[in-house]
Design a binder for this molecule. Structure first.
Ligand code: PNS
Length: 167
């Protein structure tokens, strides 16, 4: 059984993430999408919400499961019998940081990292940009799944209503 983990913050999942997950599911027996529980980073969606959205948008893949982890990714891999990590590479700007993590993960636990080149349709896409554009009323249709877009708009509207109430 060849398992691979696709780790990330997924705040929220984009069509770029989904493209990598979908292609990985064609290559591996099992793909585990692992959401990092990061208490120090402020996120728009809770870990539960991110896991739920990922579950909804990957439900049609028979070999994709969603999980969460805290601490080191290599420890999650050891606990789940995972030998490799799969990451999407968008542009050279991703490379330096990804290379550093990949080499460190290999040094720590011999966990391999495989890089998949992002579909050029999504090479400029990030969760941060999606949030920023939606926050200011821009259109990100086609860049995130429709179900995610609905939740994104609702959450940002809640956030703005909360801010106005505090003014
Ligand atoms: O979507 P992101 O935020 O770019 O994902 C980054 C992630 C979760 C893959 C990375 O931060 C990670 O693996 N964090 C777990 C902590 C860890 O193992 N740190 C050491 C890396 S060498």
């Amino acid at each position: 059984m060849h398992r691979v983990v696709c780790p990330g913050s997924f705040d929220p999942v984009t069509n770029g993430h989904l493209d990598i997950i979908s292609r990985a599911s064609g290559l591996y027996d099992e793909v585990i999408v692992a959401v990092l529980i990061n208490v120090t980073k402020r996120s728009l969606f809770t870990v539960d919400e991110r896991v739920e959205m990922l579950g909804e948008v990957t439900a049609h893949y028979g070999n994709v499961t969603i999980d969460r982890f805290h601490g080191l990714l290599v420890d999650f891999c050891a606990a789940n019998g995972i030998a490799a990590v799969i990451k999407g590479l968008r542009a050279v700007t991703d490379f330096e940081y990804e290379m550093q993590m990949a080499q460190m993960n290999y040094r720590m636990a011999k966990v391999e990292t495989l890089f998949m080149t992002t579909n050029p349709l999504y090479s400029y896409l990030s969760s941060s940009l999606v949030k920023e554009i939606t926050r200011y009323g821009g259109d990100v249709g086609g860049l995130v799944p429709d179900a995610v877009l609905t939740r994104l708009r609702a959450r940002l509207a809640e956030e703005q209503a909360g801010q106005q109430a505090g003014d």
